[in-house]
Design a protein around this ligand. Structure first.
Ligand code: ATP
Ligand code: MG
Length: 560
């Protein structure tokens, strides 16, 4: 992480921007063109925080140069697409604050052109129909010292043209033949050893239906999609680095309308979670989580429901920077970025998670007084709210112990404690039920300490939060921990499902919250004083308030 998180580097731009500046300075094809990027998700799942990094780089880089970025559904592979995902992807990108204007495309819109380009390659003697089965292709791929082989490589152009057309017309079985680019069977880069560029696949496509039974491979399709859309810089993750020669080969050998440049950056990994859509889908489908937007999921909809703000995620993506080395970022750094935002912007309220009643025995019965307190000390412009105080209030059960222990400054008989923003009270004892459980705590208040200050300057160490027992709302509060107990649950031959954290969700019912939250809408965030940042869940209703803990107050991220 150390080399990824580097503010000065981020501020000075990054290597992608340097490359683009070079391209602009060199003129040539970039003369007069705006920088044009694209974000090309495969619509086979919801976007996750790794995608957010790519979105920020793709849209952010274009923005930086006054350019534009397209949103393109990379739906050339007919097996996995689902329409449900497309709307979610759009919603998530808009939520992050990016806009593709009217430039929303499907790669499948270009199938006809891709087919034409494939024919062009065959006519140029640069592609041929190969009848090796996928297995045989594998067996014949050679090794570092032995070139690959295909007995069909030198088949006449006319024959390939005829077979390719018949492949398209559905005359052959799946797996019977493929179209391969004729490049270099001895290349040290195996991607260049006559890669398959079209295969037969008798699967209905969610947009083109049964029109096609041959589909282009990613390495052939992607550069064409980019070229058709006039993309100048095709930014992608590092695993495509070894595919770049093929990307360039395709562009160089078809009559492409423009010559995009592929630039790779490192993939984002975060510990204690998994990031692959396939694995995330499994968590959903097998019921390990409540859905794609379960607040424990690293999906953008999950993070949003958890209380993450667009600003916190964009800030996170900015701070981790862009590099060429894959690395795993600590989850606590993501939390750190959220805390930074919420500390600045969230309203403070008091909420008691494990309530026990505190009775102020010398406070008049039936009396109520009010206090004006700041909504957010970080932001005086956010104004104040009124909280009420009466003879009884709720405090956290853990803020009372019967016998003093060293270092404990809260309620125990004889000790003075500050009820935040209200009064200093002195604990006098408690009442227990037949099982020995504390059901009420008693205290006496000092009327001279209104607001929580001692007029004589005497020291009161402990300050606790509380809620007026005469004026409150009940809430359900959901506490979350990591979804996985292992920092790297899917590395090596580990099965990530073996590391599911059984206590990743704790539901607390009957929590007591001050009434000032009335009317707030999900996903509004609050700081529950002393407890952390919480946001209203989307399932929350005025009759049944539900809060999710977004992040605790304590920063687990240590600056290295
Ligand atoms: P997954 O394995 O999660 O399905 P993917 O790469 O197959 O990921 P795509 O929908 O193809 O998912 O990704 C769209 C874009 O997002 C691609 O450009 C991809 O490189 C980028 N991307 C995906 N995952 C990450 C990640 N963890 N970090 C950075 N970029 C990512
Ligand atoms: Mg993919």
């Amino acid at each position: 992480m150390a080399d990824e998180i580097n503010n000065t580097e981020a501020a000075a731009g990054n290597f992608i921007q340097d490359f683009i500046r070079e391209d602009i300075a060199e003129g040539g094809m970039y003369e007069g063109r705006t920088v044009h990027t694209r974000f090309p998700p495969e619509p086979n799942g919801y976007l996750h925080i790794g995608h957010a990094k790519a979105v920020c780089i793709d849209f952010g880089t274009a923005e930086k140069f006054g350019g534009i970025c397209n949103l393109r559904m990379d739906d050339t592979n007919p097996t996995k697409e689902d329409v449900e995902y497309i709307d979610a992807i759009k919603e998530d990108i808009r939520w992050l604050g990016f806009d593709w204007d009217d430039r929303f495309y499907f790669a499948s819109e270009y199938f006809e052109q891709m087919y034409e380009y494939a024919v062009e390659l065959i006519k140029k003697g640069l592609a041929y129909v190969c009848e090796l089965t996928p297995e045989q292709v594998r067996e014949n791929r050679g090794d570092l010292t032995t070139p690959a082989k295909s007995p069909f490589r030198d088949r006449p152009i006319e024959e390939s043209l005829d077979l390719f057309e018949r492949m398209k017309n559905g005359e052959f079985e799946e797996g019977k033949m493929t179209l391969r680019a004729k490049i270099d069977l001895a290349s040290g880069n195996f991607n260049m050893r006559d890669p398959v560029i079209y295969r037969i696949n008798r699967i209905r496509h969610h947009r083109t239906g049964d029109k096609w039974c041959i589909y282009p491979m990613y390495d052939f399709a992607h550069p064409i999609e980019d070229a058709i859309e006039g993309i100048t810089h095709s930014l992608c993750t590092l695993e495509f680095e070894a595919h770049r020669p093929l990307y360039d080969w395709v562009i160089d050998n078809i009559t492409a309308p423009c010559k995009p440049r592929q630039i790779e950056f490192s993939r984002l990994g975060i510990n204690n979670t998994v990031m692959s859509k396939r694995k995330l889908r499994q968590l959903v489908e097998d019921g390990y989580v409540a859905g794609w937007d379960d607040p424990r999921m690293p999906t953008l909809c999950g993070l949003r429901r958890r209380g993450y703000t667009p600003a916190s995620i964009r800030n996170f993506c900015e701070k981790i920077g862009v590099s060429k080395t894959n690395s795993v970022v600590e989850y606590s750094f993501l939390e750190h970025c959220l805390r930074d935002d919420l500390n600045e912007n969230a309203r403070r309220v008091m909420c008691v998670l494990h309530p026990v009643k505190l009775v102020i025995t010398n406070y008049p019965e039936g009396k109520t007084e009010t206090f004006e307190v700041e909504n957010n000390p970080q932001k005086p412009e956010d104004g104040t709210r009124t909280i009420t105080f009466s003879r009884e209030c709720y405090i956290e059960a853990e803020d009372f112990i019967e016998e003093k222990i060293k270092g404990y400054n809260r309620f125990y008989p004889g000790n003075e404690v500050r009820l935040k923003s209200a009064y200093i009270v002195k604990c006098t004892g408690c009442k227990k039920d037949e099982n020995g459980k504390v059901v009420e705590v008693y205290a006496e208040y000092d009327p001279a300490t209104r607001g929580g200050d001692t007029p004589d300057g005497r020291k009161v160490r402990g300050t606790v939060h509380w809620v007026d027992a005469d004026n409150y709302l009940e809430a359900e509060v959901r506490l979350y921990e990591n979804l996985f107990t292992d920092p790297e649950p899917d590395v090596g031959d580990k099965n990530f499902l073996d590391y599911i954290n059984p206590t990743s969700l704790t539901v607390l019912k009957g929590c007591i919250i001050e009434k000032s939250v009335e009317g707030a809408q999900a996903p509004m965030s609050f700081q529950f004083m002393r407890l952390g940042y919480f946001c209203l869940d989307k399932d929350s209703t005025p009759d049944r308030l539900i809060f999710n803990r977004s992040v605790s107050l304590k920063d687990g991220y240590k600056k290295k």
